[in-house]
Design a binder for this molecule. Structure first.
Ligand SMILES: [Zn+2]
Length: 177
């Protein structure tokens, strides 16, 4: 009898079950070194003793050579846009309202990019090779976190050609290699 009742009702094809997870992130040795320096307002990279590439934030080894990266290199406050996206979808609990720019930025003196926000810019004018600089929070708000840098904003400097992105020295970019 109960079978008849069930079969006469609509099939349930989907139910909504939100799942929330809280993570405890164990930084590890290389990231610990990086975060201690960010706490002091410095962005540090680590240089591979094999190929010489500088990684920031470093993971403790070079992905190409497999060698440990122990040499610390202080990086500049300036960076170059390697790629970017304009985010139009709001993220729950994120105070930043779309549309906003998330970019892969290569800091001067480093060879790979990290992801950060761009602001104080016209979203439509952001482009690959654009020069930007970090805007830090007030020092009293610094913590062990990359968001000590609030965002990056455009600089009035010549663009870096695509083939030179990731090769800009710590001394900066004046429009020539
Ligand atoms: Zn290497």
């Amino acid at each position: 009898m109960s079978e008849e009742t069930t079969s006469s009702e609509d099939d349930i094809t989907a139910i909504e079950t939100p799942v929330y997870l809280t993570y405890n992130f164990t930084a590890g040795e290389a990231t610990t070194r990086f975060l201690h320096q960010v706490r002091k307002g410095k962005v540090m990279g680590q240089r591979c003793p094999g190929c010489g590439n500088v990684y920031a934030p470093a993971r403790g080894s070079c992905a190409a050579c497999g060698l440990p990266t122990s040499e610390e290199v202080e990086l500049g406050n300036k960076a170059t846009v390697q790629s970017f996206t304009i985010v139009w979808i709001p993220i729950p609990n994120n105070p930043i309202q779309p549309p906003y720019i998330v970019a892969n930025l290569v800091p001067d003196g480093a060879n790979i990019s990290f992801i950060h926000l761009m602001s104080e810019c016209d979203n439509d004018s952001v482009h690959i090779g654009q020069r930007v600089e970090a805007v830090w929070k007030p020092e009293e708000e610094w913590d062990y976190a990359m968001d000590n840098i609030r965002y990056f904003r455009p600089l009035d400097e010549p663009d870096v050609p695509i083939e030179m992105i990731g090769k800009v020295p710590l001394s900066g970019w004046e429009g020539k290699a």
